[in-house]
Design a protein around this ligand. Structure first.
Ligand code: HSE
Length: 398
């Protein structure tokens, strides 16, 4: 793209869309401007930001004369898919932050980019301001990748930090996270692990070259964590972090999960607090590297959007190099690992089918077990566990 000033057609004017508008005003070097914005409530936005042109008609943005690229920052994943595919079919490059849409549609979107020879960039979709996708694509593409794991959701990390460090109640921490613009409009996406799951699917594709449908991956969050669970973590000198985990086993299988984990002090991510995300990338030869940065919030996320806008100016596009590897790992849920489970009835315990039990506590108001369970079993009973308000956390030895 050779043009001097980039004209952006923007979809959505929420926390990140507005953040982008503010950033563009403060970074003249970006040499880009928002030409037209598609929002649901045109009148409201015209009142608060009269200098911008708003419309409720998506086609008015997609077909606006002189538009160089589309930035898609709306909530609704299916509407976002229609917008993104509509733009690519018009050969308009797209920058998006919509992790749910990407996690559901990446294979088709990769094909469409190829067919239309038009770029789709989305570094803002995973880990906010951390350039993790671009690094997986460009830097970590030559080593034997072993694992990518870490804190992929800013708001749940913020809530856990406020509970553990400031002794805030779950409800107050949630309220504060909402006020600061960290939460999805449906906060269960953050707290139940779905937002981390979508990001994990995206990162896995760039790290290992395979697309795994989100429905195949065990996903559990922090909604059912209670004071008793917090006490257990403190007694063991650990903290819960909600971890997205992708790891290749020595026999070439790929294990994925989103699950709270009891993290000990010797881990990089133990000190990753508030809305920060932290990703540990492990390769055979470089060992471990830790990327950390703000994972949620208007300005941090819009700075990743701005970086993608600049990349499009220089005709950058993802090559998905890992997808062309000679041997791709096979997805598997067949692995057993140590967990802490706080349960309510003996039926709950039967449900989990522990392979081994290492520790057991039983009183009138608190029951827990530390033992070994299989991931495939957990995936099969996920909904029942949530209905029964069982809390589970991975509990590694170190
Ligand atoms: N709700 C998301 C989070 C926003 O808390 O991480 C950034 O993706």
């Amino acid at each position: 793209m050779k043009k001097q000033k980039i004209k952006i057609g923007l979809f959505g004017f929420g926390v990140v869309g507005r953040g982008l508008y503010e950033l563009l005003g403060r970074v003249p070097e970006a040499n880009a401007e928002i030409a037209i914005v598609c929002v649901r409530n045109v009148e409201r936005h015209r009142t608060t930001t009269p200098e911008l042109q708003f419309t409720a008609d998506p086609n008015e943005v997609l077909d606006a004369p002189g538009i160089d690229l589309i930035v898609e920052l709306i909530d609704d994943a299916e509407a976002a898919y229609t917008i993104v595919t509509g733009a690519l079919r018009r050969r308009l490059p797209v920058v998006t932050g919509n992790k749910k849409m990407l996690a559901a549609h990446l294979p088709e979107l990769i094909e469409l980019q190829k067919e239309m020879d038009t770029a789709l960039l989305y570094d803002a979709s995973a880990c906010g301001s951390i350039p993790v996708i671009r690094n997986l694509e460009e830097y970590y593409d030559n080593d034997l990748q072993i694992s990518v794991k870490g804190i992929l959701n800013g708001s749940s990390n913020f809530i856990l930090s406020k509970i553990f460090n400031d002794h805030m109640s779950h409800a107050d921490a949630l309220k504060l996270a909402r006020e600061l613009g960290f939460l999805e409009s449906d906060p269960t996406l953050d707290l139940d692990g779905w937002d981390s799951l979508y990001k994990l699917v995206i990162l896995t594709l760039h790290a290992f070259g395979v697309y795994i449908n989100p429905e195949r991956i065990f996903t559990y969050g922090i909604t059912h964590m209670t004071d008793a669970d917090i006490r257990f973590a403190l007694e063991k000198g650990r903290r819960y972090k909600l971890i997205g985990h992708a790891e290749k086993t020595p026999d070439g299988r790929l294990i994925l999960a989103v699950i709270p984990q009891l993290i000990s002090r010797n881990k990089f991510i133990y000190s990753c607090e508030d809305e920060f995300n932290g990703v540990v990338i492990k390769g055979l030869f470089y060992g471990k590297q830790f990327l950390v940065g703000r994972g949620a919030g208007g300005h941090p996320t819009s700075s990743a959007v701005l970086s993608d806008i600049s990349a499009i100016r220089y005709d950058y596009f993802y090559r998905y190099k890992r997808m062309h590897s000679a041997e791709l790992p096979e997805f598997s849920n067949d692995i057993s690992f140590r967990v802490y489970v706080r349960y309510n009835t003996d039926d709950d315990l039967d449900l989990l089918r522990f392979e081994e039990i290492y520790e057991r506590y039983y009183s009138d108001d608190n029951r827990y077990v530390v033992g070994k369970v299989n991931l495939r079993r957990l995936h099969a009973i996920r909904e029942v566990m949530a209905e029964r308000k069982i809390f589970i956390a991975a509990y590694p030895d170190d």
